[in-house]
Design a protein around this ligand. Structure first.
Ligand code: XMP
Length: 514
């Protein structure tokens, strides 16, 4: 039996990052709601338990709690709220408010064992804090192992039992040595084995798919992007020819995308692919719609209508629909563990699904981030041409036309976007950029072409770098590349007389404009 770490989710926006750090250490983990009972946890048989952070104060009404026996079931690491919960269970006082700490802090290690083994005693390291309540002195039987200016008990451990707490967030990139701290917990306290790989992930997910599907038929909505291609390849490994992939031409695709997807897919994937032309259906449903969220749900519903019709038209009895849903789709549409996180955008394949649809969803990548999905894709033997593609969202160009969508606007955007990507490729920058696309703005400005006055649309260009789509920075193009792109678009695309470059990072902006 391989080691398994149970992550109990108390509602932090960083909970998935904990799972990700554990995966990076090659240890298997699962996230579950903090309401799991002791009996359930005992049966799950964790090698270690991590209590996440959360937005509450331990004293708040209805604050999620834990039973004291939890601390006896396996080694425990409490992070932020998780640490305060341990302190409260073990009889220490958690002070409310007062010393709020947000952002970067310098933490001093006062004991170089346990979580901080490999750190020098008295060594300082940078850590990310985000808390209002704090712990003034450790519970009886515990010792302080790190402190920071704003916080005398920044980390503690039990004197003899494997129980640890940290007030900062070791899981975020802003705590550069956080990975070492988590690894110390996994390998020092939990004695976990580092055996979990992309290959092991594929094997587990294939087994889950086989168990869920039995000998039923399955369809997969294929968009041509990385996520659905990887999901399809994984499910194909589980069910073979019982899988039919459906590629929907929504009318919202980029220039030549349909031909490209059909070609690459035909060459490399070896699965049955059906293309459905549903452009009229999508564009009719979108006619006159300006609100981004209404667009997204309309597209999500239309996708399901199209899949249901395709299945019944083919006389198939497919009951399962495979989607390449990723973690950022889930977290931005809702909270995966049912916890309190805010809807940023309704991703078409999560919150945008039509109520009453007849399919059961199969989403093997639901807990992964984009870069992890790429690794799974490589492990499945997919070519770089598929695995290295920039992300393209299911709602397609509809969320890159700010205002209502029409065929003529789509034509303008398609032409401009194609030039943009062509120039990025010919400058050798495609693989240095995480995602690049053009956005058609509902703004007209005055220009002069030849001797004529023009009054046409503004086009926005976006290019970002990111690892997982959760945070992103704008890409610093060489000026001569931007100049060439702008010049070509304004000269070659009728309807655009001005080009602007988006220099916003995520957060506070998002990658797509809608
Ligand atoms: P945002 O705009 O939320 O985008 O910063 C993060 C990543 O997700 C993609 N995205 C989507 N992908 N369905 C998808 O399949 C959607 O509804 C959707 N919305 C955004 C976006 O392109 C970026 O890569």
């Amino acid at each position: 039996m391989t080691s398994r770490i149970l992550i109990l989710d108390y509602g932090s926006q960083y909970t998935q990052l904990i799972a990700r750090r554990v995966r990076e250490a090659r240890v298997y983990s699962e996230i579950h709601p903090s309401s799991r009972t002791l009996t359930w946890i005992r049966e799950w048989n964790p090698s270690g338990i991590i209590l996440s952070g959360g937005p509450n104060s331990v004293y708040a009404e209805n604050a999620p709690g834990a039973e004291r026996e939890l601390l006896d079931l396996a080694p425990v690491l409490g992070i932020c709220y998780g640490m305060q919960l341990i302190a409260q269970l073990e009889g220490a006082e958690v002070r409310r408010g007062g010393k709020r700490e947000y952002g970067r802090a310098e933490v001093t290690v006062t004991e170089r064992n346990g979580l901080f083994s490999g750190f020098g005693g008295g060594e300082r390291f940078a850590a990310w804090m985000s808390h209002g309540d704090h712990i003034e002195s450790p519970p009886p039987g515990y010792v302080t192992t790190a402190s920071s200016g704003g916080n005398p008990v920044t980390a503690f451990r039990h004197e003899s039992r494997p129980i640890f707490g940290v007030q900062f967030h070791p899981e975020v990139a802003h705590t550069p040595r956080g990975g070492e701290i988590i690894a110390n917990f996994l390998f020092g306290a939990c004695k976990a084995d580092a055996s979990w790989t992309a290959g092991a992930f594929i094997q587990t997910e294939v087994e889950k798919v086989v168990a869920a599907v039995g000998d039923a038929n399955v369809i997969c909505g294929l968009s041509g992007g990385v996520d659905s291609a990887v999901a399809a390849a994984l499910v194909h490994r589980a069910v073979g020819d019982r899988l039919t992939c459906i590629f929907v031409d929504t009318g919202l695709l980029r220039l030549h995308e349909r031909e490209q997807v059909e070609r690459t897919f035909g060459e490399h994937m070896g699965m049955r692919l059906v293309t459905i032309d549903a452009a009229d259906q999508f564009l009719d449903a979108l006619a006159g719609v300006e609100d981004p969220e209404t667009k997204r749900t309309s597209i999500g519903h239309t996708f399901i209508d199209v899949f249901e019709n395709a299945v019944s038209a083919a006389g198939s009895d497919a009951k399962f629909l495979v989607q390449g849903t990723l973690y950022p789709d889930v977290i931005e549409s809702s909270s995966p563990a049912g916890g309190p996180s805010v809807t940023i955008k309704t991703h078409h394949n999560v919150g945008g699904l039509r109520p009453g649809m007849t399919f059961t969803l199969i989403e093997p990548l639901r807990e992964l981030f984009k870069d992890e999905v790429r690794n799974v894709g490589r492990e499945l033997g997919l070519p770089e041409e598929i695995v290295g593609r920039h992300p393209f969202p299911g709602p397609g160009l509809a969320i890159r036309i700010l205002s209502d969508v029409s065929r003529s606007k789509l034509d303008v955007l398609r032409a401009a976007d194609a030039i943009y990507l062509e120039e990025i490729r010919s400058a050798g920058l495609y693989d240095s950029i995480w995602q690049a696309f053009a956005v058609l703005l509902p703004v007209r400005s005055v220009g002069v072409m030849g001797d004529e006055r023009t009054y046409e649309n503004v086009l926005g260009l976006r290019a970002v770098n990111s690892t997982d789509g959760m945070t992103a920075d704008w890409f610093p193009f060489p000026h001569e590349v931007l100049a060439r792109i702008s010049n070509r678009i304004i000269n070659e695309v009728g309807g655009v007389n001005r080009v602007v470059y988006d220099i916003s990072s995520k957060p506070p902006s998002t990658i797509e404009w809608e």
